[in-house]
Design a protein around this ligand. Structure first.
Ligand code: PEP
Length: 252
C-alpha cells in the first residue's frame, strides 16, 4: 500500500534555455515555499548542459537534480556520453534510464538499460527505470508481457536490491500525446509490476512505481490516488510551473 513518500519528477526533455530554466525553477521553488512545501519528493531531469545551472539554482531547496540518461560505461572513448561520475559532480540524485525515447530513437536494449541502471546504482545515483508498451503492443494484448520483460532485465542487479530503484510505467502511446492511461489502466499495470517485484524482493512495497504519460494538473489526483501509483514522471506539464505545482500538490 501507499505509505511511502511519493515522487514527482519532471522530465524537461530537450527543452529549456538559461533564462527559461531560471524563471521556471524560481517559480517552482517559490510555489513550494520555505520548508520545501511539498508532501512528496520533487526532482527535475534536465538536459546535461544545464546541470551546473540547475544545481546552483536548486541548492538547499526541496528540488532534486536528475539527469535524463547516464552512460553504461565508466569513462573513456565514448564521444557524446556522460558518465555517472560526472553527473555526481553536479549533485545528480536520480537518473532516468531507458526512457522510451532512448529505447526508440537511440536503440537502447533491455541489456543496455540494465547496464545503465547498474552503473548509476554503483555510484549512489538512483535510477528511474522506465518501462512501457507501444500502442501496437497494447492492441495486440502484449502489455503485460512487454513490461514484465523490461522489468525482468533490471530486477537482479549485481550487489544491489531492486528496492534501491524507482520504476516508471510509461505507456509509449500516452507520452506527449495528450492521451493518458485511465487510472484503472495504469493501476492494472502497476499491480502487475508490483507483483513481479514482490516475487523478487521482500522489499517490493518500498519501491516507488511512478506513472508517466500525459500526466497533468487535471488528471494527476486521480492517477496518484491509485494504490500502486507512488508518483509521476511528468514531461510537458513540468515545463509550466503552475501545472507542475498542482501535480506536486496532488501527490499527498
Ligand atoms: C515523459 O517524457 O516521460 C512524459 C511522460 O512526457 P509527457 O508527460 O509529456 O507525456
Amino acid at each position: 500500500m501507499n505509505s511511502k513518500k511519493k515522487l514527482i519528477a519532471g522530465n524537461w526533455k530537450m527543452n529549456g534555455g538559461l533564462a527559461a530554466n531560471e524563471a521556471l525553477l524560481k517559480a517552482i521553488m517559490a510555489g513550494l515555499g520555505d520548508g520545501g512545501g511539498a508532501a512528496c519528493d520533487v526532482a527535475v531531469a534536465v538536459p546535461a548542459p544545464y546541470l551546473a545551472q540547475v544545481q546552483s539554482l536548486t541548492f538547499g531547496s526541496a528540488v532534486a537534480v536528475a539527469s535524463q540518461d547516464v552512460s553504461q560505461h565508466e569513462a573513456g572513448a565514448f564521444t557524446g556520453e556522460v558518465s555517472v561520475a560526472m553527473l555526481k559532480e553536479f549533485g545528480v540524485r536520480y537518473a532516468l534510464v531507458g526512457h522510451s525515447e532512448r529505447r526508440q530513437y537511440h536503440g537502447e536494449t533491455d541489456v543496455v538499460v540494465a547496464e545503465k541502471a547498474q552503473r548509476a546504482l554503483a555510484a549512489g545515483v538512483t535510477p528511474i527505470i522506465c518501462v512501457g508498451e507501444t500502442l501496437q503492443e497494447r492492441e495486440a494484448g502484449q502489455t503485460e508481457s512487454v513490461v514484465k520483460r523490461q522489468l525482468a532485465a533490471v530486477i537482479h542487479l549485481n550487489g544491489h536490491c531492486i528496492s534501491e530503484v524507482v520504476v516508471a510505467y510509461e505507456p509509449v502511446w500516452a507520452i506527449g500525446t495528450g492521451r493518458t492511461a485511465s487510472p484503472e489502466q495504469a493501476q492494472a499495470v502497476h499491480a502487475v509490476l508490483r507483483a513481479q517485484l514482490a516475487a523478487a524482493s521482500e522489499h517490493a512495497d518500498r519501491i516507488r512505481l511512478l506513472y508517466g504519460g500525459s500526466m497533468n494538473a487535471a488528471n494527476a489526483a486521480q492517477l496518484l490516488s491509485q494504490p500502486d501509483i507512488d508518483g509521476g514522471l511528468v514531461g510537458g506539464a513540468s515545463l509550466k510551473a503552475p501545472d507542475f505545482l498542482q501535480i506536486i500538490a496532488a501527490a499527498r
